[in-house]
Write a protein that binds this ligand. Structure first.
Ligand SMILES: [Zn+2]
Ligand SMILES: [Zn+2]
Length: 297
């Protein structure tokens, strides 16, 4: 494949810094797990590809839970990613998109699939009150995709006031700061900040009978103290979600191709591949409105 746009994310920083569980990464490595491209030798056919490469025959793959394949392989983690002139992926993980699809939006299918997988586990019901914790791409995409399930409201709490503009574009009813507010009473809380404090806040924010989905990934081995009686007395459902299955990725690609969602507003910074270090610096030290940082290959 010939990569066109490669999104960078906090997980890339953790790979650079060596903060990922060593079981899920192998060095040396070309980064790039959020991308779109063209079929090699075809200047027109826009494609996206599942990053998780399932073996297709283990028990987990046969259950459809390809994100848990017994042989973990992921583009940009254990295989070279797309921040390069060429990237090689198996035919089975490639999904075709129509020419009408915005290329920057296409590069967001991978994080959309992460969010879709988590939301599918929560089975959101119409009328639910939804809280998203985290103002990065996964949080903003969570707010955007949660709208598809006809919630009563979607609120988002973030760490940086400048992100309010993007949160409103994602369709939130309110934006607040994690420091100024201890939210409570939500049917569904999505943790997308990737810190153990945010995970604790997510449990605290759920109403009795509510559902918590942990999408963020704190540094390897980090622990948190959770009031277990709150979880038990609250009859809470707490789900954690790892990556995405083939079907979640296909659903995300289809939603984009059909025009049901448009996440292109999220791309706020673009750099040519040669300026990768400036791109990583923008990711590491955000200032002002900062959505997805992408490399244009
Ligand atoms: Zn990512
Ligand atoms: Zn498998």
């Amino acid at each position: 494949m010939t990569p066109l746009i490669v999104g960078l994310c906090g997980t890339d920083l953790e790979i650079i810094d060596g903060n990922i569980d060593p079981a899920y990464v192998s060095y040396p490595l070309a980064l790039g797990h959020e991308w779109c491209g063209l079929l090699s030798g075809d200047d027109h056919q826009l494609i996206v590809a599942e990053g998780v490469v399932p073996c297709g025959h283990c028990g987990r793959c046969r259950e459809g839970r390809t994100n848990l394949c017994e042989t973990y392989e992921e583009v940009g983690f254990t295989r070279d990613g797309a921040a390069a002139d060429e990237v090689v992926v198996p035919r089975d993980v490639v999904h075709l998109l129509g020419e009408h699809v915005d290329r920057s939006a296409a590069a967001l299918v991978e994080p959309m699939a992460v969010v879709y997988q988590g939301l599918a586990r929560a089975r959101p019901q119409p009328g639910w009150r939804v809280l998203v914790i985290g103002d990065g791409t996964i949080g903003l995409l969570s707010a955007l995709l949660a709208r598809l399930f006809s919630p009563a409201r979607v609120d988002l709490v973030g760490a940086r006031p400048a992100q309010e503009e993007l949160a409103l574009s994602a369709g939130v009813d309110s934006f607040g700061l994690t420091t100024s507010r201890a939210p409570a009473g939500y049917d569904l809380v999505i943790e997308a900040a990737g810190s153990s404090q945010a995970a604790v806040m997510a449990v605290e924010a759920a109403r009795r009978g509510g559902t918590v989905v942990l999408l963020g990934l704190p540094p390897h081995g980090e622990t948190a103290i959770v009031a277990i009686d709150k979880v038990v007395n609250g009859d809470l459902a707490v789900h954690a979600s790892f990556s995405y299955s083939s079907s979640a990725f296909a659903a995300a690609a289809t939603l984009l191709d059909a025009g049901a969602v448009d996440p292109s507003f999220l791309v706020t910074h673009r750099f040519p591949l040669e300026e990768w270090s400036a791109a990583i610096e923008t990711l590491r030290r955000p200032s002002g409105v900062r959505g997805k940082v992408v490399l244009e290959i």
